[in-house]
Design a protein around this ligand. Structure first.
Ligand code: SF4
Ligand SMILES: [Zn+2]
Length: 144
């Protein structure tokens, strides 16, 4: 993958000899263009390593680009859903340790802000929203 060349030494990205992206134009995997992203996702869909590849990136919240057919937003949603699924009733409390009313939905940055919910799902959702905001701010700076 040509995209690997510019990356820091020690970056442990998956590099499977028989990956569908091997020898392909890897700019597609790191493009903001939707058509490019669709093409990259389609290639990942034929790759025998897509599950391992996706898990590698899901475990690295700061990672960008498409891995295992998932872009950064797809992976953020998976992290939030997994955090929600792992939550026990006692975890769903606000930052003072008080329970949150049953009708409130979790896995959302607004629940983190408005209810001060510190359950895993809301904490992950708030962190993901902040990360996406900083990424957008960075893109705007780069474009300026
Ligand atoms: S799943 Fe996609 S990004 Fe991962 S190795 Fe395969 S083709 Fe490359
Ligand atoms: Zn919550």
């Amino acid at each position: 993958m040509s995209g690997y060349l510019a990356l820091p030494v020690g970056w442990d990205a998956p590099d499977f000899p028989d990956a569908a992206c091997k020898g392909a134009d890897t700019d597609l995997w790191f493009s903001m263009n939707h058509a490019d992203q669709r093409a990259a996702k389609a290639a990942c869909g034929t790759c025998p390593h897509r599950v391992d590849c996706a898990e590698w990136a899901i475990a690295r919240p700061g990672e960008w680009g498409i891995w295992g057919g998932l872009n950064g937003n797809d992976r953020a949603q998976i992290r939030i859903s997994r955090a929600a699924a792992a939550a026990k009733p006692g975890d769903i409390v606000d930052r003072h340790g008080r329970p949150i009313p049953a009708h409130v939905k979790h896995g959302s940055p607004s629940t983190y802000a408005n209810w001060a919910c510190r359950c895993q799902a809301c904490t992950v959702a708030a962190a993901e929203a902040k990360r996406a905001y900083l990424e957008r701010a960075n893109d705007t700076e780069d474009a300026a």
